[in-house]
Write a protein that binds this ligand. Structure first.
Ligand code: AKB
Length: 316
């Protein structure tokens, strides 16, 4: 690689595991982690870390110059549930950070960018099952509006200025190493912690709320695969649909009960139910599979086994 990699938002749920994986692949010194706060011991001790606010253009530019950065993964964002409580803050974080990076790429300070979008770009008028790549998109959440707008800008910067930006519409990402913050799909992580600690969980989504989900290892694989694919294979420059599994809280609880028979689930839907109801239940990601050979590895039972083993280890 010509220069180093910078991860902005490296201490979050996806950023942490992405940074560690990229350090494995390219070498610890080649991957600079940055975040507004410090991260896990493993992340902080395995390579360079710089405190930085993703919206601080001058600070990000200084890091790009200091480390001779050629690729950026912009993982900082305010997620759906938190964004509903702080709309302007979410808009400013999610959009300003993206504009800075797109402009740096346009000005040839960096060569390639990864920016995550989300299933939140879809809305209540979108077809709910097997949602196609190109379809009606009328997001009704602050987070979804920011991601939909970001997608339009990514495509615009690519078409107008040749910016090499690559993006995925992440489903709910399930992992145990770093907790997510403020998402609507977070129930599918909390449930494992509660199943192991208390053998019971009260879900903030109703039992039959189906949402697209994915195990973290698959999300990391997709992210690195799309960044490593030859540029001409990336036909979609807004963001690719990406899918692995789809399940409801009830179906997930039944899969957990196969491993922990005494586990009990109850339901008390809150404001996040409305967000979940506006999103697809399942996603058609055939374009990603065709264009850059995306393929997921984890099914429901392997995800459940990995999560229970990982969370148990942490509880020891
Ligand atoms: C959220 O729930 O806000 C995120 C997402 C689906 O983008 N996990």
């Amino acid at each position: 690689m010509a220069g180093k990699i910078l991860i902005i938002g490296a201490c979050g749920q996806i950023g942490t595991e992405l940074t560690l994986k990229l350090r494995d692949i390219y070498g610890n010194d080649q991957v600079v982690a940055s975040d507004i706060r410090e991260g896990s011991e493993e992340l902080m001790s395995s390579g360079p870390f710089e405190a930085a606010d993703a919206t601080d253009e001058a600070r990000i530019e200084a890091l790009i110059d200091q480390y001779n950065i050629s690729e950026v993964y912009l993982m900082a964002a305010m997620l759906s549930a938190t964004a509903e409580k702080a709309p302007m803050k979410a808009w400013n974080l999610n959009m300003d950070s993206l504009f800075h990076i797109l402009n740096f790429t346009k000005d040839k300070k960096i060569k390639k960018v990864f920016w995550p979008s989300s299933i939140a770009v879809f809305g209540p008028t979108t077809p709910k099952n097997d949602t196609p790549q190109t379809t009606i998109m009328e997001p009704s959440t602050v987070y979804g509006i920011s991601k939909q707008t970001g997608e339009r800008w990514c495509e615009y910067f690519h078409d107008k200025y040749g910016v090499d930006v690559r993006s995925l519409r992440y489903p709910g990402i399930i992992s145990y190493k770093t907790l997510p913050g403020g998402g609507t799909t977070d129930y599918a992580i909390e449930i494992f912690h509660e199943a192991l600690k208390n053998k019971a969980y009260t879900s903030f989504l109703a039992e039959n709320t189906g949402l697209p989900m994915m195990y973290m290892d698959d999300a990391i694989k997709a992210t690195i695969n799309i960044m490593e694919a030859p540029s001409e294979k990336i036909k979609v420059r807004s963001s690719y649909n990406l899918s692995a599994l789809s399940f409801t809280p009830k179906v997930l609880s039944e899969a957990i009960q196969k491993e922990i028979p005494e586990f009990k689930i109850s339901y008390e839907p809150d404001f996040r139910q409305k967000i979940a109801d506006s999103w697809p239940s399942s996603i058609d990601d055939s374009e990603a599979r065709k264009d850059w050979q995306w393929k997921h590895d984890f099914d429901m039972q392997s995800l459940v086994k990995e999560m229970l083993a990982g969370v148990s280890e942490q509880l020891k």
